[in-house]
Design a protein around this ligand. Structure first.
Ligand code: PMP
Ligand code: GLU
Length: 396
């Protein structure tokens, strides 16, 4: 009765809920390996931390402009040009409290009540909830395991209606690690060009954790930049999840709307963090490459170990730091205490029996799978997969 319809419509974030559960068990002394929340296990590189400390000493501790400091927006404009071949003006950039706020800002800025927003599944848990928050209707289109979890142009075509306002495309993908190639993005663009009213929210937060080589942005496809809101930030590429800096790059009118919204809601993001992000974008980029190489090595390790577990079906991710195996072979089985009805039960079983925290696929729109974040050490990955294999052997 007290709470709003808006908040009652929302589910809590499953990734954060599992991370919290894992932290609680850890605090009780249980030896948990946490593969639930997706964040780099590396510390923020030293030169970036130093820039943050310097910002405090320089008293850069007051409100920043709502869209972020001009110096940072200029650095983002340079990044978009240098790395993505995209031309933006600083007025097109809105810096926000993480890429999470950037996605939410974008949706609230463009979605009207009843508008449909297409979300390819498996999807990041927060997308449908954010669409609901904006008053829109999430329309899920499934990229199957056999399709490497990617949607086809035919599926996109069949899903667009006159109510479709936008599609959220995440590549490299959380939770599957799948990456759309430039050719695949162009094929989706062919369909989108037939429907001018459909905007694209391109979540590219895992851009630099890409094992294919070069990242492809749909904003580079003909006619797309004008209706694209590109989302990115420093959280994953520079191991800066706690600093909370993300951004959107959008057509100026949309950027203005995002700034109006942000100005009434949160103001500009943390001043100190913005200075650290400036150092991330303008400083040496070797840290990005080193972390990507570590993630790729770990990806190869976890794929090999997961393939050895009976009942798992495993894709070979091309980016991000998640593995999303099918575990449905275990549905209907029990160890005598736990009954596995779905992937949420399976993740709970792994937490309680193997002491490994993962996230069930249900919350990612893919009930047959579960997600492991391999942004952790090789030793922990090896130990976790041994524990999972042992626990699965208890299920009959
Ligand atoms: N998009 C995706 C696909 C993500 O996985 C995340 C990670 N939380 C975000 C956006 C949000 O990133 P940030 O931590 O910068 O808010
Ligand atoms: N993106 C990360 C994840 O999916 C962080 C948690 C969150 O914000 O959902 O685990």
């Amino acid at each position: 009765m007290i709470l709003s319809d808006c908040v009652n419509r929302l589910s809590p974030s499953a990734t954060l809920a599992m991370a919290q559960k894992s932290a609680e068990l850890k605090a009780q002394g249980v030896d948990i390996i946490n593969m639930s929340v997706g964040e780099p296990d590396f510390p923020t590189p030293t030169h970036i931390k130093e820039a943050g400390k310097q910002a405090i000493d320089d008293n850069i501790t007051t409100y920043s402009p709502v869209p972020g400091y001009l110096a940072l927006r200029n650095a983002i404009v340079d990044k978009l040009k240098r790395e993505n071949g995209l031309e933006y003006a600083p007025t097109d950039i809105s810096v926000s409290n993480g890429a999470k706020q950037a996605v939410c800002n974008a949706l609230i800025a463009i979605v009207n009540t009843g508008d449909e927003v297409i979300i390819p599944a498996p999807y990041w848990v927060s997308y449908p909830e954010m669409v609901l928050m904006a008053g829109g209707t999430p329309v899920i289109v499934e990229g199957t395991f056999e399709q490497d979890f990617k949607i086809t142009p035919e599926q996109l075509k069949a899903t667009i209606t006159s109510r479709t306002k936008a599609i959220i495309l995440c590549s490299p993908s959380n939770p599957t690690g799948s990456v759309y190639t430039a050719e695949e993005l162009e094929a989706l663009s062919v369909v989108l060009r037939e429907h001018e009213q459909v905007m694209v929210i391109a979540d590219e937060i895992y851009e630099h954790i890409n094992y294919l080589g070069k990242h492809a942005s749909i904003a580079n496809c003909e006619g797309m930049k004008e209706r694209c809101i590109v989302i990115n930030g420093v959280s994953k590429a520079y191991a800066m999840t706690g600093w909370r800096i993300g951004y959107s790059a959008a057509p100026t009118a949309i950027a203005k709307a995002i700034n109006k919204l942000q100005g009434q809601y949160t103001s500009g993001p943390c001043s100190v963090s913005q200075m650290a992000a400036l150092a991330a974008y303008t400083g040496p980029q070797s840290c990005v490459k080193e972390m990507r190489e570590a993630f790729e090595r770990r990806k190869n390790l976890i794929v090999r170990l997961a393939k050895e577990i009976p009942g798992f079906e495993v894709n070979d991710p091309k980016g991000a730091f998640y593995l999303f195996p099918k575990c449905s072979a275990y549905f209907g089985k029990t160890d005598g205490t736990h009954v596995i009805n779905d992937s949420r039960d399976f993740a709970m079983f792994l937490l309680e029996v193997a002491h490994v925290a993962t996230v069930g696929g249900i919350d990612f729109g893919s009930p047959e799978c579960f997600r492991m974040s391999y942004a952790t050490s090789d030793e922990k990955i090896t130990e976790a997969l041994q524990r999972i294999k042992k626990a699965c052997a208890l299920l009959h």
